[in-house]
Design a protein around this ligand. Structure first.
Ligand SMILES: [Zn+2]
Ligand SMILES: [Zn+2]
Length: 356
């Protein structure tokens, strides 16, 4: 089968590889549709993810074509979404309301294919959707019974699911509150829509790209800020009677942006760290402010999403028209053109892209 591999860093390699049959707990989806994420761009440029050569694509959707002997969650013919996080329903975290930290995420990903030189290939984030066949553990899958398109559904497997979850799960957004979203990519624009769904009265989106600010307004933002040459903190205080935002979603990543986000929140507000930076990054917050100003800094692994409960619910938002996923997908590229998709994303000329 054809698969897009990353070996260290650099352009994804389109290679013909030998697929491996499913283990008892594994499921095969032929011709999946994958979601190209900003992480794909970053790791193509800088490496920094899985060191060994692997099949890219950490979210995918399609119809089950084969199952291992022990699989119970899905059967052949079932439409499924493979998001970027697993949920085993059995580990400590799955049983204690934090399935986004599922212990099975630390297991080695399944071997999905063998390279011509004999190298074993695993899937990116245990998924590997940039290939003619995706093979995952059943714990990575969510059965989906919905009429929405594959292009819409697959967004929920990464950026859109994470952005909605960041607002609806991780943060506490009460009706009438003010939400600031710093960074208006797929994740941030999904959070903007989540804030609208949650009934936020004021939704402020920050992005240097004017098309993204325009889109943010169309999707529910009440105000936008161009950070180029503008003091974002001052602009936010002007919009909030000097207080700052009730909830700040940091949707860029890196210590510098995290530190700034802390100052954009009002006393007693929440700072949700939705972006991520380099592994060695360390961030410092003012100790007394952190201890006494009521500001809560919240970790945000995939929007604290319970994949089995939340992703079908989020698909319902698309069905009802409350969430516009089409606006987040600029283009569909065939697998052979995956690098062109990432070039376009990297240059900010498109927003989200789907592959397959
Ligand atoms: Zn992603
Ligand atoms: Zn688990």
């Amino acid at each position: 089968m054809l698969a897009a591999l990353l070996d260290g860093h650099g352009d994804f390699l389109l290679e013909d590889v030998e697929p491996v049959p499913p283990q008892p707990d594994e499921v095969v989806v032929s011709d999946p549709l994958g979601f190209a994420c900003i992480t794909d761009c970053i790791q193509r440029r800088d490496g920094g993810g899985q060191a060994a050569p692997h099949v890219r694509g950490h979210a995918g959707t399609g119809v089950v074509t084969a199952v291992g002997s022990a699989v119970t969650r899905v059967s052949v013919g079932q439409r499924v979404l493979a998001p970027t996080r697993p949920m085993c329903e059995k580990c400590f975290w799955c049983r204690h309301g934090q399935p986004e930290q599922c212990a099975t995420a630390a297991l080695p990903a399944p071997v999905v294919a063998i390279r011509a030189d004999g190298t074993e290939l695993r899937g990116s984030a245990r998924v590997g959707s940039f290939a003619e066949q995706m093979k995952v553990r059943e714990t990575q899958l969510v059965p989906i019974d919905s009429e929405i398109s594959d292009e819409e559904l697959v967004t929920l497997g990464c950026g859109a699911g994470g952005g909605l979850g960041a607002i609806l799960n991780t943060a506490t957004v009460t009706p009438g509150s003010t939400v600031l979203v710093v960074g208006s990519g797929v994740f941030g624009l999904s959070a903007v829509q989540g804030a609208r769904i949650a009934g936020a009265a004021r939704i402020i989106a920050v992005d240097p790209v004017s098309e993204r600010r325009t889109l943010a307004l169309a999707l529910g933002a009440t105000d936008v800020i161009d950070p180029t040459g503008t003091d974002v903190g001052e602009a936010v205080r002007e919009l909030t009677e000097g207080r700052g935002a009730c909830v700040v979603l940091e949707a860029i990543g890196g210590a510098e942006h995290q530190r700034r986000a802390f100052d954009f929140a009002r006393l007693g507000g929440q700072i949700v760290l939705g972006g991520f930076g380099k592994k060695a990054d360390e961030v410092t917050f003012p100790a007394n402010d952190l201890a006494m100003r009521g500001k809560q800094v919240l970790s945000c692994q995939f929007g604290s999403v319970n994949i089995l409960a939340d992703l079908p619910r989020f698909a319902g938002f698309i069905e009802s028209g409350d969430f516009d996923a089409k606006a987040l997908v600029s283009a569909r590229y065939p697998l052979e053109s995956v690098n062109a998709a990432l070039d376009a994303q990297d240059s900010l000329s498109i927003l989200g892209a789907v592959i397959g």
